[in-house]
Design a protein. Structure first.
Length: 666
């Protein structure tokens, strides 16, 4: 009875939607074609029993890893059989939804050769990699050095006699440590090492190194390799073989040094090409951009689960003879709807960042390097902002689902365990925000010298105005005006930036100032990145948005995103005198009315993500809302329930119970 009521309940919820959900699905997917590909690949994966994933939390590490190898091989077989395009194949891997060595092969090994190899090197290595005749990983981080790339210790010493490099790990701390796919699967790696010629250190560079035999997968001579061990959570990221790697004077031919940025001649002379040396960090820029796009996927997934469950779950009160749906509590809305809004906001900023990355890549090909610093700052800052918010949001969604959110069958514990390392990998989030702050300080300091800020920092051209402009809000409705909100976020960021720049100027050595003020610099960088997200959401709404009611819903979400940030960071806005306390109070009133506006559309807004139940992997987030019978079913599947009397009863429970009986008799 109760189960059917839940099913009917979501149908009823869906009937309340005030917008064209099919049109919203296309907006979310990024276009009609993208929607069609994504929908087809999601269904393909969901209908294939090999891609089943409901047993991950109970498999031991070896079974788990073998199962991942099996899925990756099956995915590759389907990609070949169905002649899938690159876009389709990448979507298929995405919906398989299991971290695997293939992520690093396609996501970093191939891009690093593409970005840092010469034409000749690309021609030699990429076809093998595309056909998966070799499997590669990205071996940069060492046991003692992660964030500080310039501090890496592994050496690549040129031997002019044999025209070879000798790759060596001189200390324990120089052991490569963390690279995904390295531990068990990879045959090759791009290894970052110090380039040494003629006794001179020329800084770091990438080298293609074969690690394992292509015949029997055994490590090649001089290579010590293994997995670094279990990571956070059951299942979760333990499907990935993050590895360690040590080199004992391993020799590779000279032409396996990636030579787009620097070359070493036959005589051992180092030649710097005319591209900026920072291109050595280019693969990280590329991956940070994909991580921003992925943040909206992980966030929307958690929000979808929490929203559907909040509509099914009832506690206290009375609503047409039932208890109240928890989604109708204002507190639940004020925690959930800003996350829903953030999922959409991150989707759009991710789309924009993809464009920015393509733009900078095209410019680089045409030898225009002018936008590289901004691309670095945007990818670093947005990677940091979106992953931190998403990781916290997944945990908030778990709490929004009450006790059941803590069950593995809710899907949330595994999602959290898989997602949190995103705050660390591809650059620790604080280290990356400090890069943004450095970029902002440099931009402000150059304003007087006639250097014009570009792209996302153009607002700093209006510095004088932004430093003293009052906020244009007179009545509550003014908070719904996009230009008012964008200018407010610009003013906050500009004022915080200038205040920090002034404090920095008091230090005789800038490095000392950066150390002392680093916590403030992180806040400045966060304010700037939030401004980017708000303004890209607003810009998206200026485009043609087809579909009845779609634009109105997105406008409401955009306002919720901006005003909930304002509420969260009220201290910043008040202390910089960007708003008054009266205006803050009006913003709060507006937020409440926006939540009421979103409430009837909430289920449809998460349906627009178009996630299959297979991908969601959550009993609480099921499309049909049939939560309780399925929770019961999942509980019965637990191995502990395989026997009525538990294993160990005779050895450990019965003696204790008998002991108690004897004591009771005394
Ligand atoms: C089982 C359930 C499944 C559920 C799944 C559910 C959901 C999953 C959802 C999503 C999954 C998410 C994503 C998936 C995609 C991919 C992720 C997959 C796997 C993870 C891979 C991770 C791989 C790695 O981590 S690789 C290692 C990364 N390492 C780092 O990032 C190191 C960070 N450090 C640095 O980058 C640098 O050291 C530094 C901090 C920038 C400092 O550099 P340094 O040279 O020392 O110094 P300085 O600061 O002085 O800079 C000099 C100069 O250069 C400019 N600069 C710096 N960096 C760059 C750059 N990249 N590009 C351009 N310019 C750069 C800097 O600004 C300075 O300029 P200036 O002098 O001031 O002008
Ligand atoms: C799941 C996972 C997968 C990974 N995959 C790969 C891979 O495929 N290939 C690869 O090469 N690497 C990989 N890594 C390594 C990853 O890139 C590094 O862990 C990351 O860059 C952070 O470096 P770290 O571990 O040295 O952290 P640390 O720099 O040691 O950070 C420790 C603490 O110090 C703080 N800190 C450090 N520097 C500063 C500073 N200048 N100012 C203020 N605070 C600072 C940080 O904020 C943090 O709180 C992976 C890591 C994980 C967790």
């Amino acid at each position: 009875m109760e189960a059917e009521a839940a099913v009917d309940y979501l149908v009823d919820e869906r009937s309340k939607a005030q917008f064209d959900i099919d049109a919203m699905k296309i907006i979310w997917a990024g276009g009609k074609h993208e929607f069609e590909v994504s929908d087809r690949m999601a269904r393909l994966v969901a209908s294939d029993p090999v891609f089943r994933k409901d047993n991950r939390a109970i498999l031991d590490r070896k079974e788990l890893f073998k199962n991942t190898l099996r899925k990756a091989a099956h995915a590759w077989k389907r990609i070949i059989e169905l002649r899938l395009s690159e876009q389709e194949a990448s979507k298929l891997r995405f919906f398989v939804d299991e971290p695997a060595y293939t992520d690093l092969h396609w996501g970093m090994f191939i891009p690093v050769i593409k970005g840092q190899g010469t034409e000749e090197q690309r021609k030699k290595w990429l076809p093998m990699a595309y056909r998966m005749q070799i499997i590669g990983c990205y071996a940069q981080t060492e046991l003692g050095h992660g964030s500080n790339v310039q501090g890496l210790e592994t050496t690549a010493t040129f031997d002019p006699e044999l025209d070879e490099f000798v790759i060596h790990s001189p200390t324990l701390t120089s052991s490569k440590w963390w690279p995904g796919g390295l531990g068990r699967a990879s045959t090759h790696a791009v290894v970052f090492a110090r380039l040494i010629t003629d006794g001179k250190d020329h800084g770091i560079n990438g080298f293609i190194v074969q690690l394992r035999s292509l015949d029997d997968h055994l490590p090649l001579p001089g290579i010590i390799i293994g997995d670094i061990g279990m990571k956070f959570g059951n299942g979760a990221y333990n499907t990935m073989d993050n590895g360690f790697l040590r080199f004992d004077h391993v020799r590779i031919p000279r032409d396996q040094m990636l030579m787009r940025v620097k070359q070493v001649t036959r005589e051992g002379k180092v030649v710097q090409s005319d591209v900026p040396w920072q291109l050595l960090y280019g693969t990280m820029v590329y991956v940070r951009q994909t991580i921003v796009a992925d943040a909206s996927c992980a966030l929307s997934r958690a929000v979808c689960i929490a929203t559907r469950y909040s509509a099914v779950r009832r506690q206290f009160g009375s609503q047409n003879g039932h208890e109240t749906q928890v989604i109708d509590y204002r507190t639940q809305q004020s925690r959930l709807f800003p996350l829903l809004a953030s999922a959409y906001a991150f989707r759009f900023v991710g789309e924009w960042l993809k464009w920015l990355y393509m733009d900078v890549t095209q410019r680089l090909q045409a030898r225009d390097f002018s936008t590289l610093p901004e691309a670095h700052a945007c990818t670093a800052g947005l990677k940091s902002l979106t992953t931190s918010v998403t990781a916290d949001a997944i945990e908030e969604c778990r709490k929004l689902c009450g006790g059941h959110g803590y069950l593995c069958s809710s899907g949330l514990p595994e999602l959290f365990a898989v997602y949190v390392p995103a705050c660390t990998y591809e650059g620790d989030n604080i280290v990356l925000l400090l890069q943004v702050a450095r970029f902002l300080m440099k931009t402000v300091s150059q304003l007087g010298s006639g250097e014009r800020p570009v792209g996302t920092t153009t607002y700093l051209l209006r510095l004088e105005h932004l430093l003293q402009c009052p906020c244009d809000v007179q009545g509550a409705e003014d908070w719904l005006k996009p230009d008012v909100v964008v200018q407010l976020f610009e003013a906050r960021s500009a004022r915080m930036t200038v205040a920090c720049a002034k404090s920095l100027s008091k230090f005789s050595k800038p490095e000392d100032g950066f150390m002392d003020l680093s916590a403030d610099l992180v806040s400045v960088a966060t304010a700037h990145c939030q401004l980017i997200v708000v303004s890209k959401f607003v810009e998206k709404l200026q485009q043609d948005i087809p579909g009845e009611g779609v634009k109105q819903q997105l406008e409401a979400l955009c306002s919720i995103y901006a005003l909930s940030l304002l509420k969260k960071h009220l201290g910043d806005f008040l202390s910089t005198s960007c708003i008054t306390s009266k205006q803050a109070s009006l913003a709060n009133d507006v937020l409440r009315s926006l939540y009421s506006q979103v409430r009837p559309n909430a289920i449809a807004l998460v349906d627009a993500f178009n996630y299959t139940d297979h991908f969601l992997g959550s009993v609480l987030g099921r499309y049909d809302g049939n939560v309780y019978p399925k929770l019961y079913e999942e509980a019965l599947k637990d191995p502990l329930n395989e026997s009525v009397v538990p294993d160990g009863y005779h050895e450990y429970l019965q003696p204790v119970l008998k002991q108690r009986l004897r004591t009771a008799r005394l």
